[in-house]
Design a protein around this ligand. Structure first.
Ligand code: GLC
Length: 755
């Protein structure tokens, strides 16, 4: 049925159209046969299907769901910085969704990691909006390439779990635009995501599902979004008000709630609103229409993909040469840590997948070591629940370490430490694991740590007591193989941190304002999130944003910056040579950061504006090119209420991390100089410096006997003049001796604007 037949038939089938505004039940929407719209099925989650029997649904991952491939969660995918790889994950996830009759996958989650304490950080991509938006856009493209809708969530500013159904995130508009909404804007540009999910929380006092500024002004009017806006489960409190501002689908279904029908019957809900929703639901049903030859999932292939992605996303944090482990006959390996036997490979909550299979580190490592003629023993090391450490466990582990040539220590956060619905209160490892680390310091000749955690854990207190640390994050179901592939060198690690790992919780930007209190949280740090904050405060960190080592090394040279003309949507293109100066093939993520020397708005020291991942054979050299769209250089001006970039001096840095900038060049970019419109509240200095107003003001002073009195004295005083120039013009005009009337100011303002 075409769009205009929706219009023609909407009144005849008004009941059906009204029913479309909420689900038929927990996971499906009603059909509207009179409008030619079929029912669609929605299902979690971002890194694997969670489809349940409809008789006993839940949105917290409590009940069992049908077996599916458990892919690595966003925290891991993000560390790959590999758009193409992540798109492949989206395609595979969609094949499983299609086979299960699912039309909309409720993911990716792309909320910004404002604090490492957020319990759902494992489901999110980054502290940087460009990285988060590009990578979330990639998985969304992958999903939709198979005719399955992605659902960008949670729109917006859902950066904590504490009190998430009530809390108001109070954020200034610049931080909203440049940080918290920006990732969604980029993901929509990258994928035209067919659905987006409103978050539970309030934004500056108004619930996201009912927030006209968010859903109508920004999402619909400014971004031109044509997809379906679906609520988080239970996030709608005013179903009529939500519809009016652009929410289409309230979930879970509340077909018995008469409020929408009653409002429509009482002419309190316009037919146009219902028509728009019906149109968007029709578009969604058409976009996701089951394709004839939907491929049957190849779960072996998907498991292999999990293994590939998890290995390529692992981040080698430190390495004194202990890695990769070369397994020689007779090598004695000690594997220590309960997480080696009971792997932590995904997060908890609505995204939890009933994994088709899961491999653990102990079995995977044992198979490899023993096959190569080595020997391996295991020791638990610690318990996963929050009980105090046991001396027996420690003594046993120390003894095993002493008997080994190399100890592989599995550490990380057990399920209970981070989950949907709750936030952490520490960024340390569990106390019993720290105790074990201390005891092992003198025992093992060589210790390698394999970390499994969904959000940042500081290594500050123990990193120097071990030989190497690999952050595997949450690997998905191919846990054991991925870890073995990296530790034994079958795969050369190439992951980079998509979030800063701080030294101390107190150093984190949101420390004083997380998680807020009395249903309010203030984003006092503004745009200074993640590395933007640590850099601006010149703070040391445990491991910086963009950091990740390799088993090889790379050399950067011959940086050239091509400044494009103003008419070109690309502002600059950076070209450089990258050489693999090591002995192994490896991949490097070349990162491009920009320092904007502009003084119209304050800007962080550097901001990520592009990157390129490249794989090179030993000794090979290739040219890397990174183009920076002009729009990426813009900042939000709250005084002008607009995105601005006026050109001027910028420094382009390229490097291996935000704190390992290898080459830089400062250039001048063309641009339309941005000046704030002159008003009577502009400063006296802005008036005097304005090309029109300054001249008019001086001629009025001259014609009226000149500027006299205190203002004249101060203006001619070297120290006093700054305070006078910084005063609003309306205040200056009030002073005796200033021969200016309010009507003069208004007239000059009009004249100045017409220039
Ligand atoms: C949950 C989550 C959301 C999920 C939805 C359906 O509360 O916040 O991410 O997709 O409900 O389970």
């Amino acid at each position: 049925m075409t769009e205009d037949t929706i219009e023609q038939n909407i009144l005849a089938f008004a009941d059906e159209a009204l029913a479309l505004t909420t689900g038929a039940d927990y996971w499906t929407t009603p059909a509207a046969p009179g409008l030619g719209i079929r029912s669609v099925r929605l299902a979690d989650g971002p890194h694997g299907l969670r489809v349940q029997n409809d008789e006993n649904p839940d949105h917290l991952g409590l009940e069992r769901s049908h077996p599916a491939t458990c892919f690595p969660p966003a925290v891991t995918l993000a560390s790959s910085w590999d758009v193409d790889l992540i798109e492949r994950v989206g395609q595979a996830l969609a094949v499983e969704a299609r086979a299960a009759g699912v039309d909309v996958v409720l993911g990716p989650g792309l909320n910004i990691k404002r604090s490492p304490l957020c319990g759902r950080n494992f489901e999110y991509y980054s502290e940087d909006p460009l990285l988060a938006g590009m990578l979330a856009g990639a998985i969304a493209r992958g999903l939709q390439s198979q005719g399955v809708a992605a659902c960008l969530k949670h729109f917006a500013v859902n950066n904590q779990e504490t009190d998430r159904l009530r809390v108001s995130a109070n954020v200034d508009e610049r931080a909203l635009r440049e940080i918290y909404l920006r990732a969604f804007q980029i993901a929509i540009e990258q994928s035209n995501a067919w659905t987006i999910m409103t978050s539970y929380n309030r934004i500056n006092g108004t619930y996201a599902s009912e927030n006209s500024w968010l859903l109508k002004t920004v999402l619909r009017d400014e971004w031109g979004y044509d997809g379906v806006v679906v609520s988080d489960w239970g996030a709608v409190h005013d179903p009529v008000g939500s519809l009016k501002v652009g929410l289409d689908l309230r979930m879970p279904g509340r077909p018995g709630d008469e409020r929408v029908r009653r409002a429509f019957a009482q002419d309190k809900l316009d037919i146009g609103v219902i028509t728009e929703t019906a149109r968007r639901m029709q578009l969604l049903a058409e976009r996701t229409a089951p394709q004839d030859a939907s491929a049957e999932p190849d779960y072996h292939k998907h498991h292999a993909l999990v293994r590939e992605v998890a290995a390529k996303s692992s981040v080698l944090l430190t390495n004194d040469g202990a890695l990769p482990v070369s397994i020689s006959p007779g090598l004695r390996v000690a594997v220590i840590g309960e997480l080696a036997r009971k792997p932590r490979y995904q997060g908890a909550g609505s995204s939890r997948v009933n994994a088709i299979k899961v491999t653990n580190g102990l079995e995977a490592l044992a198979a490899r070591v023993e096959m190569a003629g080595g020997s391996l023993e295991f020791s638990r090391g610690y318990a996963l629940d929050k009980v105090a450490q046991s001396t027996t466990l420690i003594e046993d582990a120390v003894a095993a370490a002493k008997r080994s040539d190399v100890t592989i220590l599995f550490l990380g956060l057990p399920d209970s430490y981070e989950a949907e619905g709750s936030d952490r209160n520490s960024i340390e490892l569990p106390a019993n694991q720290l105790e074990l680390l201390k005891a092992l310091q003198a025992a093992a000749p060589k210790t390698i740590v394999a970390m499994s955690n969904g959000s940042a854990v500081t290594t500050a207190s123990w990193r120097h007591s071990v030989n190497a640390i690999v952050e595997f994050w949450l690997t998905g179901q191919a846990h054991g193989e991925a870890i073995a592939d990296i530790l034994f060198g079958d795969v050369n690690p190439s992951g980079k941190l998509s979030e800063t790992i701080p030294l101390r919780l107190e150093d984190t930007p949101a420390y004083l304002n997380f998680p807020g209190e009395h249903q309010n949280v203030t984003y006092g740090e503004g745009i200074y999130v993640g590395y933007r904050s640590y850099d601006a405060r010149r703070q040391d960190v445990d491991h910086p944003f963009g950091h990740g080592l390799s088993y090889t090394t790379f050399d950067y040279s011959a940086l050239e910056i091509d400044v494009r003309p103003l008419s070109d949507e690309i502002a600059v293109t950076a070209r450089l040579l990258i050489r693999n100066t090591g002995t192994r093939r490896g991949a490097e993520v070349v990162q491009l950061y920009v320092h904007d020397h502009d003084d119209i708005v304050i800007t962080p020291p550097i901001e990520l504006r592009g990157w390129h991942k490249i794989e090179l054979d030993p000794g090979a050299t290739e040219t890397v090119e990174i183009a920076v769209p002009r729009s990426r250089l813009e900042h939000w001006s709250s005084s002008l209420n607009a995105w601005i970039f006026g050109g001027g001096t910028v420094t382009i840095h390229v490097g291996s991390s935000s704190r390992d900038l290898r080459l830089s060049e400062t250039v001048s970019l063309p641009g339309d100089p941005v000046t704030a419109p002159l008003t009577t509240w502009s400063t006296f200095g802005e008036w005097l410096d304005h090309p029109v107003a300054g001249q008019r003001l001086r001629s009025l002073f001259d014609a009226r006997g000149g500027l006299k009195g205190r203002i004249s004295d101060l203006l001619s005083d070297e120290v006093g003049k700054n305070s006078v120039r910084a005063s609003p013009m309306v205040s200056i005009a009030e002073f005796p001796g200033v021969p200016i009337q309010p009507e003069d100011l208004e007239a000059i303002c009009i004249e100045a604007r017409t220039v």
